[in-house]
Design a protein around this ligand. Structure first.
Ligand SMILES: *[C@@H]1O[C@H](CO)[C@@H](O)[C@H](O)[C@H]1NC(C)=O
Ligand SMILES: *[C@@H]1O[C@H](CO)[C@@H](O)[C@H](O)[C@H]1NC(C)=O
Ligand SMILES: *[C@@H]1O[C@H](CO)[C@@H](O)[C@H](O)[C@H]1NC(C)=O
Ligand SMILES: *[C@@H]1O[C@H](CO)[C@@H](O)[C@H](O)[C@H]1NC(C)=O
Ligand SMILES: *[C@@H]1O[C@H](CO)[C@@H](O)[C@H](O)[C@H]1NC(C)=O
Ligand SMILES: *[C@@H]1O[C@H](CO)[C@@H](O)[C@H](O)[C@H]1NC(C)=O
Ligand SMILES: *[C@@H]1O[C@H](CO)[C@@H](O)[C@H](O)[C@H]1NC(C)=O
Ligand SMILES: *[C@@H]1O[C@H](CO)[C@@H](O)[C@H](O)[C@H]1NC(C)=O
Ligand SMILES: *[C@@H]1O[C@H](CO)[C@@H](O)[C@H](O)[C@H]1NC(C)=O
Ligand SMILES: *[C@@H]1O[C@H](CO)[C@@H](O)[C@H](O)[C@H]1NC(C)=O
Ligand SMILES: *[C@@H]1O[C@H](CO)[C@@H](O)[C@H](O)[C@H]1NC(C)=O
Ligand SMILES: *[C@@H]1O[C@H](CO)[C@@H](O)[C@H](O)[C@H]1NC(C)=O
Length: 675
């Protein structure tokens, strides 16, 4: 026993030669002496008063210890823990963020006898096996065992905790039914069980806990209905059910709950109409990725507390009501079957930052009033039936970073003025009927990374000022009526330069060989003539060279075997490699380099109300790590990452600790995003 304890003394001070001279209860003094005998990793060795040690708090006259924290000290041997329980005045014990793999039985027995112990925190350790049975612990109010590797079911382990207010078991591998034996039903306030393997339905027994304020059951495998009796939890403020297999209707009785401020039931299988009244007190509503139908209830968006609403990827019909909460920050209604026009009243919302209405059947023109939404950072109206021209007023959206209007029926010219949107990083207006030429003022888009004007009726030449877009990674100009000389292109281009299906003629400019990071060069279906410049073989990152259907002549220069070339439809071109039989490496053998880019999605995280760090892993066939590094440097916008996170169909692999998302880019490039 003695040697057993000595092994753990190193957590504390060496103090045995200096008797305590303070008023600390002598029993506790001895315990602290024992704990500190053989080491000094904890605090300042000259300090005699244990109440002054880091992680120790005492009562007001320093006669007894109330709080002990050993958080974040890389401890793995838990055998000393029973000794800590001899400090009978302990109120809070924080053992989080260590490497403990087990909780000694004697710890449970001993600490269970401390009637005043209110808080026990074992989160962020490596605990395995089942949750210990808590006998005693009559005063325990807060129990945190989140972020461990606990498994098995919860049957009666917590049943005698009659004072338990807050239970945190997030991020374990607990299974079986959602526990309903959680001490006194009149007391429990917080029940956090997300990211486990709980199955079955939401038990009626849970709804007896009438004091519940926060419930998080997300990322489990729950099925069945959400009981209407949920409306009896009158104190509920937060109900998170995301990423389960729940079905049936959203119960109308949710609207009985006066102070419900956050309700998330996204990524389930809810059906039926959204009931009237549920947003009455809500700030945040997420019902995305379900099978909800019918119209959006007329009162839903009007409630003035609302800040974020996500109803995307459902089967909603009808039109969008004109009156919307003045506090709305994020409104996502994409991928439904909404029709009617875009309400011009959206322009009166001063806080609106994300507006996503894409992939519906919205018609009419883009309201010029949207130009007054001065907070707007993301506007996605793509894949609708919008007509008319690009309103000049959009030019005043100085915070706008992403503008997507692709696949509509927009006409007219691209107004010079829209180049005033100085923070724009992505512009996609492809698949419309825009005409006229590309304004030379585009050079003002100094943050632009992705420009897609493909599939319009643009004519004239590419402005020479394009060279000054020094952050451009992707330029899609295919399927227009562009002609003239090809100017110097920004050397930042990486993802693609696509000039296909236009009216370009003359020789392929040598200056393209400057684009050392470029992967895809598409010049097909033009009237290029002359020889293919040998200098193109020096584009180090090139993987695809598309030259089909031009009037090229001469000999195809020898490219690396990793470059796929399509040069069909050039009658004057001679393929020498057809004789030489040089081995073509299969794409599967290409080396792949993964680069991690960490985007601190602080803005987005603020709107989600949670801390989110987004890790983007770009997995691209690369021959040179150098190239990958330049991607690392490049300006990947968090909005792209956040869009992907919100898209369940992009979920590749859901593991216990993370969900991987895949954003498929043009030409098969994929960004893997880890949340
Ligand atoms: C110290 O406090 C404990 C109870 O917390 C008590 O049982 C013990 O007698 C006290 N010791 C002394 C020396 O006062
Ligand atoms: C208790 O100990 C702390 C830490 O040494 C000290 O700052 C405080 O003054 C002491 N309080 C009393 C009442 O002695
Ligand atoms: C000690 O624990 C109590 C709860 O038991 C808590 O209210 C208090 O803030 C904690 N004090 C310190 C200094 O951590
Ligand atoms: C437990 O400790 C972790 C890590 O130190 C902390 O984040 C968490 O808030 C604590 N839990 C409670 C209930 O205080
Ligand atoms: C979680 O528990 C299940 C059994 O309930 C087991 O099959 C699975 O491997 C565990 N997962 C992890 C990550 O430990
Ligand atoms: C829904 O709430 C009403 C009162 O507003 C109540 O009469 C009814 O029983 C509740 N339904 C359920 C299923 O709890
Ligand atoms: C709702 O919140 C208000 C303000 O915090 C509070 O006074 C009221 O008691 C709460 N209502 C319920 C039913 O909990
Ligand atoms: C989800 O529920 C459906 C029935 O609604 C069932 O067929 C399916 O197996 C469930 N999936 C999981 C993962 O529990
Ligand atoms: C468009 O919405 C439909 C459902 O309405 C969905 O199946 C489809 O995946 C969406 N398309 C895109 C590109 O998001
Ligand atoms: C777009 O509008 C036209 C009529 O202007 C209509 O025929 C067509 O069905 C609409 N398409 C969609 C996807 O709503
Ligand atoms: C080459 O390009 C032409 C025209 O774009 C296309 O029709 C053809 O399928 C392509 N060939 C290959 C092998 O990809
Ligand atoms: C040249 O001929 C070889 C062998 O027939 C063929 O594999 C290759 O694709 C051809 N290259 C081009 C650019 O057409």
């Amino acid at each position: 026993m003695r040697s057993h304890e000595q092994r753990v003394y190193f957590f504390f001070f060496f103090l045995s030669s200096v008797p305590f001279v303070l008023s600390l209860n002598s029993t506790q003094k001895e315990i602290m002496e024992k704990l500190s005998r053989s080491g000094s990793v904890w605090g300042d060795a000259r300090e005699r008063n244990p109440c002054a040690w880091k992680g120790v708090s005492c009562n007001s006259d320093n006669s007894s210890i109330t709080n002990l924290s050993l958080s974040g000290r890389s401890l793995s041997d838990s055998s000393f823990l029973p000794l800590v329980c001899e400090i009978l005045s302990l109120e809070a014990l924080d053992l989080s963020d260590n490497s403990f793999s087990s909780v000694p039985e004697r710890f449970i027995t001993a600490c269970g006898k401390i009637d005043g112990l209110k808080q026990l925190n074992f989160s962020k350790n490596r605990l395995v096996g089942s949750l210990p049975a808590f006998n005693g612990f009559v005063g325990l109010q807060s129990l945190d065992f989140s972020s461990n590797m606990l498994s098995g079911t919860i049957v009666s382990q917590l049943g005698s905790l009659n004072d338990l207010k807050r239970l945190y078991l997030t991020s374990n591998n607990l299974s079986g039914d959602v526990p309903i034996n959680l001490g006194n039903p009149k007391v429990l306030e917080h029940l956090m069980l997300s990211k486990n393997s709980f199955t079955g339905s939401i038990p009626d027994g849970l709804l007896e806990y009438r004091k519940l304020v926060r419930i998080d059951l997300s990322e489990n495998q729950l099925s069945g209905h959400l009981p209407g009796k949920i409306g009896d939890l009158s104190e509920l403020e937060e109900l998170i059910l995301s990423s389960n297999n729940l079905s049936g209707e959203i119960p109308m009785n949710l609207s009985n709950i006066q102070n419900l401020s956050r309700f998330a039931a996204n990524q389930n299988k809810f059906t039926g109409n959204i009931p009237v009244g549920i947003s009455r007190s809500l700030k945040n509503l997420d019902l995305s990725y379900n099978k909800l139908g019918g119209p959006i209830p007329t009162d839903l968006l009007t409630q003035s507390n609302l800040q974020t609403v996500d109803l995307s990827y459902n089967l909603l019909e009808g039109s969008i009501a004109a009156k919307i909460s003045p506090n709305m920050v994020r409104l996502r209604l994409g991928s439904n079957s909404l029709d009617g026009t875009i309400p011009s009243e959206l322009g009166t919302l001063p806080k609106l930052t994300y507006l996503e209405l894409e992939n519906n059947s919205l018609s009419g023109s883009i309201p010029s009033e949207l130009g007054s939404c001065w907070s707007l950072a993301l506007l996605n109206l793509g894949m609708n039936n919008l007509t008319g021209s690009l309103p000049l007023e959009l030019a005043s959206l100085s915070s706008l970073q992403v503008l997507k209007l692709q696949s509509n029926k927009l006409v007219g010219e691209i107004p010079d003025e829209i180049s005033q949107m100085q923070n724009l990083s992505t512009l996609n207006i492809s698949g419309n009927s825009l005409s006229g030429s590309i304004p030379s003022s585009i050079s003002r888009w100094q943050s632009l990374t992705n420009l897609n004007l493909q599939g319009n009726r643009l004519s004239g030449s590419i402005p020479a000022t394009i060279d000054s877009l020094t952050n451009l990674l992707e330029l899609q100009l295919g399927s227009n009526q562009l002609n003239g000389d090809i100017p110097r292109m920004p050397v930042s281009l990486q993802i693609a330069l696509n000039l296909s299906h236009n009216l370009f003629r003359g020789t392929i400019p040598e200056t393209l060989s400057r684009l050392q990071g470029l992967e895809v060069l598409d010049l097909s279906n033009n009237k290029f003539s002359g020889e293919i410049p040998i200098s193109l073989t020096q584009i180090g990152s090139l993987t695809q060279l598309l030259l089909a259907n031009n009037q090229l002549s001469g000999v195809i220069p020898k490219f690396g075997s990793y470059v796929t070339i399509n040069a069909t439809g050039n009658p004057g071109l001679v393929n020498t490699t057809s004789q030489s039989n040089s081995p073509q490496r299969s794409p599967g053998k290409r080396k792949s380099v993964a680069v991690a880019v960490v985007v601190a999605a602080s803005v987005a995280a603020a709107f989600l109300g949670i801390g989110v760090a987004v890790v983007i892993v770009v997995s691209i066939p690369r021959r040179f790590y150098r190239v990958a590094n330049s991607f690392h440097r490049s300006n990947i916008n968090f909005t792209k990452a956040m869009e992907a996170i919100a898209s369940a169909h992009q979920t590749l692999l859901k593991t216990r600790f993370s969900t991987n998302y895949k954003v498929v880019m043009l030409f098969g490039r994929s960004y893997f995003i880890k949340k």
